[in-house]
Design a protein around this ligand. Structure first.
Ligand SMILES: [Zn+2]
Ligand SMILES: [Zn+2]
Length: 432
């Protein structure tokens, strides 16, 4: 007969349930889970990690840097250190979905170093904490609070805080002592209900939430980098560009970035989270569609907002480029190519041709007119030159034969096209 222990297999640690309040992206982070798990065993997190978790992984002691500078990457990331912690926690607690509390679902999509993935110190929404405590709910830290591409709470539309409201201190990435929601420096609660400046989430931030929320779409057999390339191929087909280089040009994306995502060489071939989101914003396709739902892709081409580049709201940038482009064409006195205008306006020439086909056509037609005018003026000048030479020769009693006139104008002949001299000479000599 089975005993109770076999019916209900026991885990080494308390089988604490991660918090997931069901709206797709507010699920708990691994760093927060470890802190709550420690207190479920009546010990402070640094004690728990030093005396239990690290020894179990064959590591001795615990560096303070884990709490101060690399805790997000070590707990919430997808590199080897996080993988070790997450696997151990899954085994010890029997909670198989612990991996989903980190960015590990995206390990085959994003760059291997996890560059620019996390904030450099803890961020939190004081209103979320305040509401949870007021409602008697468990305090926790969602994974999204640690992600650098998000600066604003999607539930309260307020910017995250990064300093304790009472003592002004930055917080540990992973709580070292005290439960989640309390400042270890002064013990104060980090939540409050003070009025805060409201702001709307940017498209990039919305796409970050969309990516995080689609973690359940990731299957173990998926190579997300491959799915990304397939998605980009659909985008390219819709925007009628035949190469990644042309796509970079069209979106004014950093040169060679998208091309590198398609390169099979070992290094640097996967996007950082921020660059990937910039790409999604530029083509107006959500990360979930770009990866998992190719038939829903409806791509547009906008100028990409890149990290470190002066930021324009896309619509403003497009208006500005359109006005400048129109002004250049309307005041045009010289032949100028679309390429030259594109260089001047710091966009790709495909961007101009794609967004402003009418102005581009106007430029081409003005160039043709200017070329025709120039040609006409040139022929007039040459005819005048030959006529004057003939008249001078006649006045001096010399017949202006083809060869004689050619000889006199020797230095000028370089500027004549093939057969041009003969045609003009014939026409002039008939008139004289
Ligand atoms: Zn909030
Ligand atoms: Zn404090």
């Amino acid at each position: 007969m089975m005993n109770a222990f076999e019916v209900q297999p026991r885990s080494i640690l308390f089988g604490l349930q991660p918090i997931d309040n069901g709206d797709d992206y507010m699920f708990e982070s691994a760093g927060s889970y470890i802190v709550r798990l420690s207190y479920a065993h009546q010990v402070a997190p640094h004690h728990f990690i030093r005396n239990f978790l690290n020894p179990a992984l064959g590591q001795c002691g615990v560096s303070n840097d884990l709490f101060i500078s690399y805790g997000f990457s070590a707990m919430n990331g997808y590199r080897a250190k996080a993988e070790g912690y997450l696997n151990a926690l899954a085994v010890f607690t029997g909670q198989q979905n612990i991996k989903l509390l980190s960015m590990s679902p995206w390990v085959t999509l994003l760059d291997s170093m996890g560059k620019g993935l996390f904030h450099s110190s803890k961020r939190w929404c004081p209103k979320c904490l305040f509401e949870w405590r007021s409602a008697g709910e468990t305090l926790y830290e969602p994974l999204i609070w640690s992600l650098k591409s998000l600066e604003c709470c999607p539930l309260h539309q307020c910017e995250y805080e990064e300093h304790c409201n009472h003592c002004g201190k930055e917080q540990y990435m992973v709580q070292r002592v005290l439960p989640v929601g309390y400042c270890p420096e002064c013990g104060s609660f980090l939540g409050h209900a003070f009025k805060m400046k409201a702001r709307i989430l940017t498209q990039k931030e919305l796409y970050l939430l969309n990516l995080v929320a689609s973690r359940n779409n990731v299957k173990e057999f998926h190579n997300l980098h491959y799915l990304l390339r397939e998605g980009i191929r659909v985008v390219m087909a819709q925007l009628c560009v035949s190469s990644t280089k042309k796509l970079e040009n069209l979106l004014s994306f950093s040169q060679a970035t998208i091309s590198q995502w398609f390169s099979d060489s070992k290094r640097g071939t996967r996007p950082t989270l921020s660059t990937l989101l910039n790409f999604c914003v530029a083509v107006n396709v959500s990360p979930a569609d770009l990866l998992f739902n190719h038939s829903s892709i409806k791509a547009e081409a906008n100028v990409a907002n890149l990290d470190g580049r002066r930021t324009f709201v896309n619509a403003d940038k497009k208006d500005w480029v359109e006005n400048r482009f129109r002004a250049i064409v309307e005041n045009q006195k010289e032949i100028i190519s679309v390429n030259q205008v594109a260089d001047e306006l710091k966009v790709g020439d495909s961007y101009l041709r794609y967004h402003f086909p009418d102005i581009s056509a106007m430029l081409v037609s003005k160039n043709n007119q200017l070329r025709a005018q120039k040609k006409k003026a040139n022929i007039k000048r040459k005819t005048q030159l030959i006529e004057n030479t003939c008249r001078t020769l006649l006045r001096n009693g010399v017949f202006p034969s083809h060869n004689y006139v050619r000889g006199v104008l020797q230095d000028e002949l370089n500027s004549f096209g093939f057969g041009e001299f003969t045609t003009i000479w014939n026409e002039v000599i008939k008139r004289l």
